[in-house]
Ligand binder design. Structure first.
Ligand SMILES: Cc1cc2nc3c(=O)[nH]c(=O)nc-3n(C[C@H](O)[C@H](O)[C@H](O)COP(=O)(O)O)c2cc1C
Length: 294
C-alpha cells in the first residue's frame, strides 16, 4: 500500500487526552545546535522546485526567504553550490542535505562548501541510494551508491558542523548513526520511497528510546498541521519538517507560505496549552491514545 496513505491514517489514529489542571500558556520557542528559533516547525529538505512551478523569484530562494522570515530552521536537498549560496544569502539558518553520490569528492566538496558558507548543519539522505529494483539509483543524471560505516564516519569527520542522517526508519540504522557520530537523525520514508513503510511516528518511540537524550530526532513525511507536529513531538521528535504541504502555499508566494508556517506554530501552541505542555521540553507520550478513527 501507498506509504503516504498509511502514514496519514496513522497520524489520524492517534488521539489526545486533555490536561487543564495547572496548565500554563506554552512557549513554542526551540533551541537547536546552540541557536534559537521561533518554533519546532521547520521546512523540509526540498530541491528542484522550479521543475514543479515557476515564479518571478527562483522558487528555492523564495522557499528559503519564507524560513528566514519566520525564523524557522530551513532544510535543503540536492543542488549545486551556487544555489546553496543563494539560499544561505537569504539569512535562512540552513541544514544542507547532500546526496549519497558515488563521487566521494563531490560529497566532501559539498559538505565543506556548506560549512564555509555558514550552514547550521549538514547531512545525507541515506534512503535515496537504490532504485525500486535495488540497483544504485541515478538521480538527475548523477550516480548514487550505498555507503559503508567507514565512509559515513569520514563524512562526519570531514565537517565541524553537526552531521545529520536523513532517512532512518529503524532502530538498526538509528543506533549505527549514533555510533558513527551523527548529531541528529531524520525519521522519514522520504515521502514513500518504498511501499508499506512503517509510519515515522510508529517507528519513532523505539528509536528515541535507543538514543541519548540530547541527540535531536527530527521527523518528516506527511506533516500538515500543528496537530501532526504535536503528535510527532509527543512521541519523541525534537522538531518536524514540512515539505509537500507547503508547496501550494509557496506557489501563492513567500508571504503565504510564511503565514502557513506561523499558523502551524499557533496550532501547535493551542494543543500544547490544552494538554499541559508548557514548552518543547515537557511533551509527554502518555497524552497520546492509540484509538483509531472513532
Ligand atoms: C520536490 C521534492 C524534492 C525533494 N528533494 C529532496 C532532496 O534533494 N533531498 C532529500 O533529502 N529529500 C528530498 N525530498 C524529500 C523531502 O525532504 C521529505 O523527506 C519528503 O517530501 C517527505 O516530507 P513531506 O511529506 O513533508 O513532503 C524532496 C521532496 C520533494 C517533494
Amino acid at each position: 500500500m501507498d506509504s503516504n496513505k498509511i502514514t496519514r491514517d496513522y497520524f489520524d489514529s492517534l488521539l489526545l487526552e486533555t490536561r487543564y489542571m495547572e496548565a500554563a500558556v506554552p512557549s513554542i520557542m526551540m533551541e537547536l545546535y546552540g541557536e534559537r528559533f521561533s518554533s519546532p516547525i521547520m521546512t523540509a529538505a526540498l530541491s528542484h522546485l522550479k521543475t514543479l512551478y515557476q515564479m518571478e523569484e527562483e522558487p528555492m530562494v523564495s522557499y528559503a526567504r519564507c524560513a528566514a522570515r519566520t525564523n524557522s530552521v530551513h532544510w535543503i536537498g540536492m543542488m549545486e553550490e551556487e544555489e546553496v549560496d543563494q539560499v544561505i544569502a537569504t539569512g535562512a539558518r540552513t541544514i544542507r542535505i547532500v546526496k549519497p553520490f558515488a563521487d566521494e569528492d563531490k560529497i566532501i566538496r559539498q559538505l565543506r562548501h556548506a560549512e564555509e558558507k555558514g550552514a547550521l548543519a549538514v547531512g545525507m539522505d541515506i534512503d535515496h541510494i537504490f532504485d525500486k529494483y535495488g540497483n544504485p539509483d541515478v538521480v538527475m543524471g548523477e550516480q548514487m551508491e550505498p555507503k559503508s560505516f567507514k565512509q559515513m564516519r569520514a563524512y562526519v569527520q570531514a565537517t565541524g558542523l553537526p552531521f545529520i542522517v536523513k532517512g532512518v526508519l529503524s532502530v538498526h540504522d538509528a543506533v549505527k548513526c549514533a555510533e558513527m557520530g551523527a548529531k541528529g537523525i531524520v525519521v522519514s520514508h522520504h515521502g514513500g520511497r518504498i511501499k508499506d513503510a512503517v509510519p515515522p511516528l510508529m517507528a519513532l518511540p523505539e528509536i528515541r528510546k535507543e538514543l541519548v537524550k540530547d541527540m535531536p530526532v527530527f521527523v518528516d513525511c506527511g506533516i500538515c498541521s500543528g496537530l501532526d507536529a504535536y503528535k510527532a513531538m509527543a512521541l519523541g521528535a525534537t522538531a518536524v519538517s514540512v515539505g509537500r504541504h507547503l508547496i501550494p502555499f509557496l506557489k501563492e508566494g513567500t508571504d503565504r507560505a510564511a503565514e502557513r508556517i506561523e499558523e502551524m506554530g499557533r496550532e501547535l501552541r493551542g494543543i500544547m496549552a490544552c494538554t499541559g505542555v508548557k514548552d518543547g521540553n515537557h511533551f509527554d507520550t502518555s497524552v497520546i491514545h492509540h484509538g483509531g478513527r472513532l
